[in-house]
Design a protein around this ligand. Structure first.
Ligand SMILES: Cc1ncc(COP(=O)(O)O)c(C=O)c1O
Length: 490
C-alpha cells in the first residue's frame, strides 16, 4: 500500500468516539491497519473496549491513500478520514534490530517503521517524495482493485498538491482541480486531452503569446485547426460553430495584454448548443474577481504563477471543472508529466491564503491608476475593463467582482519616449509576468514581441508605445507619485 505521508495525530477521547460519526470513525481505524489482528494481540495497549470506548491514549494514524491512475471512482479520503496504518506509541519497535549497520540505519531508521511527524501543525506538510510504498502486497492489490485509496508515484499525485487542488476547487466552485508545473503546461495538456486529432477549436485574437504559438504551430501537428475571432465578435463565433465541428472554445478573459472581455455566459450557451466545451483562461481575473464556472464555462485555467501564488517565486498552473473533464486531463498528465513539485505546491498554498487581500488591494490601486492615467495629457489611451471607455465595460461590470491589477496604456510618443518613461519609473521592476506583490512594468513590444518586425507585431496590435503596468501591493500614493514623476520627465 502506498503510504500517504500526511499524518494525522489524534487524541482519541471517549467524547470524540461518542459523536454520531463514532462507528464510521472506528471502522476506518479498524480497517486502516488490519486492526483486528493488532487488537487481538495487544488489546490492552490500544485501550479499546468492546463498545468502542477509547482511553485518552495518544494514537497516531498514518494516512494512506490511493491515487487512481485511471479515471477511477476511488477518491482521496477527506481530511480527518484515514484508511491507513495505525500505530500507537510504544507499539512500534524502535530498536531497529533488523538494521545492523550504519549504511542501513542512515537509509531506513526512524522512517521505515513509522515517523513521528507532528501533524497538528497549522501549515500543510510538504511531502517531498517521488514514491510511496505499500506495506504488503495485499495492500498493493487492494489499491489496484480500487478498494482503497493511496498514492503510488509522484506523477500520479502528492498529498501536499491534493490540499492545493482542493483549495482551488473550493475557490472556483469546481468538483475537481488539477495542478501542473506551469500555466502553459496546463493549457497544452488540456488541449491534447480534450480536442480529438483532426478537431477544430475557436479562440480569440488577444492572448498570451505562447498560447497563440501552441495553437498555431503545435496543434496542427495533431491535425487540429483553429478559428480566431475578436473577443467580442459573437457573430464570428456563431459562424465558426455553424461551419465546423468545434470541440472547444478557448479564450482568456480578460485577455493579455489588452484586457478585452468575453461574455462567458453567452459563449457558453452558444457553444453548448453545438456540443462544444468552453475553457476560460482566468489568469488575469483569478477566482476572486470572476467565477467562470458559475457563469457557464466547463473549465477554467489559471497560470497560478501570477496572482494565485502571488509572490514571483514559483511557477504553477491549474485547471478546474467537473470531475469527468478533469479526470480526462489528469489521465493525459499522468503520461505527459509536467508535475508540480511538492515544494511549489506549498508555496502556492501559502500564497493563496492572502489571495483575496492582495487581489482586492490590486483591484483598487489599478482602478485609481487607470483613472489617473486616462486624464494625463502624455497618455494617449488606457486599456482597463473598469473604465467606461473600455469596449467591454458593461460586460466586465456584469461578470466580474473586480477589474484586476493590470493597467495597459499608450504613451503619447514613439518607442524611445516610451522607453524613457519606463526607465524613469523607480518602483516597478522591468520584468515579464504579473500578479506578484511587487509591481512590474514592461513594453509588450519589447518584452514579448521583440523577435518580430514592427509590422509583424502590429498585426497582433502590439504597438511600440504600449506599456503594461502590473500593480503589486505597494501603497497607491507611492505608485501614483512614481508614475507622475516618470511622465513629467518625458
Ligand atoms: C493569460 C496567461 N495564461 C497563461 C500563461 C502561461 O502561464 P505560465 O507562465 O505559468 O506557464 C500566461 C503567462 O504569462 C498568461 O499571461
Amino acid at each position: 500500500m502506498e503510504q500517504r505521508s500526511a499524518i494525522f495525530d489524534y487524541q482519541l477521547h471517549q467524547t470524540l468516539i461518542q459523536t454520531k460519526n463514532r462507528d464510521k470513525y472506528i471502522k476506518s481505524i479498524m480497517s486502516a491497519f488490519d486492526f483486528s489482528a493488532a487488537f487481538a494481540t495487544t488489546p490492552s495497549k490500544f485501550g479499546f473496549k468492546s463498545q468502542h470506548r477509547v482511553s485518552t491514549r495518544r494514537v497516531r494514524i498514518v494516512a494512506s491513500s490511493l491515487w487512481p491512475n485511471t479515471n477511477s471512482v476511488v477518491s482521496p479520503p477527506s481530511p480527518g478520514e484515514s484508511n491507513g496504518a495505525l500505530e500507537v506509541n510504544g507499539a512500534v519497535d524502535k530498536s531497529y534490530s533488523f538494521l545492523k549497520c550504519d549504511g542501513s540505519k542512515t537509509v531506513h531508521a526512524a522512517e521505515r517503521l513509522g515517523r513521528g511527524i507532528v501533524t497538528d501543525a497549522i501549515t500543510t506538510p510538504v511531502v517531498n517524495t517521488s514514491v510511496y510504498f505499500f506495506k504488503k502486497t495485499a495492500d498493493l492489490i487492494d489499491w489496484k482493485e480500487k478498494r482503497q485509496f493511496s498514492y503510488e508515484y509522484g506523477r500520479y499525485g502528492n498529498p501536499t498538491t491534493t490540499v492545493l487542488e482542493e483549495k482551488m476547487s473550493a475557490l472556483e466552485g469546481a468538483e475537481s482541480t488539477l495542478f501542473l508545473a506551469s500555466g502553459m503546461c496546463t493549457s497544452s495538456v488540456m488541449f491534447l486531452a480534450l480536442v480529438p486529432a483532426g478537431g477544430h477549436i475557436v479562440t480569440t485574437t488577444d492572448c498570451y503569446r505562447r498560447t497563440r504559438i501552441f495553437i498555431a504551430n503545435m496543434l496542427p501537428k495533431m491535425g487540429i485547426t483553429a478559428t480566431i475571432i475578436d473577443p467580442a465578435d459573437i457573430d464570428a463565433l456563431e459562424a465558426a460553430l455553424e461551419n465546423n465541428k468545434v470541440s472547444l472554445f478557448f479564450t482568456e478573459t480578460p485577455t493579455n495584454p489588452f484586457q478585452r472581455c468575453v461574455d462567458i455566459k453567452l459563449v457558453s450557451e452558444l457553444c453548448h448548443r453545438k456540443g462544444a466545451l468552453v475553457c476560460i483562461d482566468g489568469t488575469f481575473a483569478t477566482p476572486i474577481n470572476q467565477k467562470a464556472l458559475s457563469l457557464g464555462a466547463d473549465l477554467v485555467v489559471n497560470s497560478a504563477t501570477k496572482y494565485i501564488a502571488g509572490h514571483h517565486d514559483v511557477l504553477a498552473g491549474c485547471i478546474s471543472g467537473s470531475e469527468k473533464l478533469i479526470s480526462k486531463v489528469r489521465s493525459f498528465h499522468f503520461i505527459l508529466g509536467g508535475t508540480l513539485s511538492p515544494n511549489s505546491a506549498y508555496l502556492v498554498i501559502r500564497g493563496m491564503k492572502t489571495l483575496h487581500l492582495r487581489v482586492q488591494h490590486q483591484n483598487s490601486t489599478a482602478l485609481k491608476l487607470a483613472k489617473l492615467l486616462e486624464t494625463h495629457p502624455k497618455v494617449q489611451r488606457v486599456y482597463y475593463p473598469g473604465l467606461p471607455s473600455h469596449p467591454e465595460y458593461a460586460l466586465a461590470k456584469r461578470q466580474m467582482f473586480g477589474f484586476g491589477g493590470v493597467v495597459c496604456f499608450d504613451i503619447d510618443g514613439d518607442i524611445m519616449r516610451t522607453i524613457k518613461f519606463v526607465d524613469a519609473l523607480k518602483i516597478p521592476y522591468i520584468a515579464p509576468s504579473f500578479g506578484g506583490v511587487e509591481s512590474v512594468v514592461n513594453q509588450p513590444a519589447i518584452m514579448s514581441y521583440w523577435d518580430l518586425q514592427r509590422l509583424e507585431r502590429e498585426k497582433y496590435k502590439i504597438y511600440d508605445n504600449t506599456v503594461r503596468f502590473c500593480v503589486g501591493v505597494e501603497t497607491y500614493e507611492d505608485l501614483k507619485d512614481d508614475i507622475l514623476q516618470a511622465l513629467e520627465i518625458i
